[in-house]
Ligand binder design. Structure first.
Ligand code: COA
Length: 169
């Protein structure tokens, strides 16, 4: 597990493969994550991984190994751009997310023919919203009562995006 002293090490992203799915599933199932992000079955992950419009990226650093993952889906929609479907880091709340988001924005705008990277996040996920804002995302709008949480409650979601022109500025 990474320590604070290694937060300055460069974050690298590599395209994920089937062998990464145990790490992905364990990370999205960390305690407390069930109210913050969806948790897919192995079969759902396998199906997503096999789709042309989906990309898994593993965040890693030489000293720590894997520290998080990102799912992009769709990878590059002609109209809406690239959706950051899911991001999880381990451990959260220690600055890793900021590093992964910075590396992700570079990867997306250098690698993909997309002008927009976007996501939706629960309004109650204040930690993620702060990380996205800090990375340069703007809040575009609100989807009210637009998700059913595992405990049956409904949650609001905020749409956030960053444009290629903002990334390159
Ligand atoms: C979302 C996530 C990737 C962000 O990564 P992270 O490493 O936790 O984020 P960082 O530490 O870089 O930044 C978090 C920000 O929230 C703040 N923060 C930390 N804990 C917090 C908390 N419990 N409540 C509110 N804000 C908090 C930090 O101070 C920081 O703000 P700042 O940049 O203004 O100082 C990570 O928290 C995670 O994996 N969460 C679980 C899954 C999830 O929520 N995914 C997103 C679904 S849309």
């Amino acid at each position: 597990m990474p320590g604070c002293e290694s937060v300055r090490e460069p974050m690298r992203l590599r395209v994920g493969v089937a062998e990464d799915l145990p790490f992905v599933m364990a990370t999205e199932r960390l305690p407390g994550h069930e109210r913050l992000t969806a948790q897919w079955s192995l079969e759902a992950h396998r199906q997503a991984l096999a789709q042309d419009d989906t990309r898994y990226l593993l965040a890693h650093r030489p000293r720590d190994g894997e520290v998080g993952f990102v799912i992009l889906q769709p990878v590059a929609d002609r109209h809406e751009g690239t959706k950051l479907k899911r991001i999880c880091v381990n451990p959260p709340g220690q600055g890793l997310g900021a590093l992964v988001l910075r590396a992700l924005m570079d990867w997306v705008f250098v690698t993909l023919p997309t002008d927009r990277l976007w996501l939706d996040v629960f309004t109650h996920n204040e930690r993620a919203r702060r990380a996205y804002r800090r990375a340069g995302f703007t809040e575009d709008g609100l989807l009210r009562a637009a998700y059913r949480l595992p405990d049956g409650a409904t949650a609001d979601r905020v749409i956030m995006s960053v444009l290629r022109s903002e990334w390159s500025a």
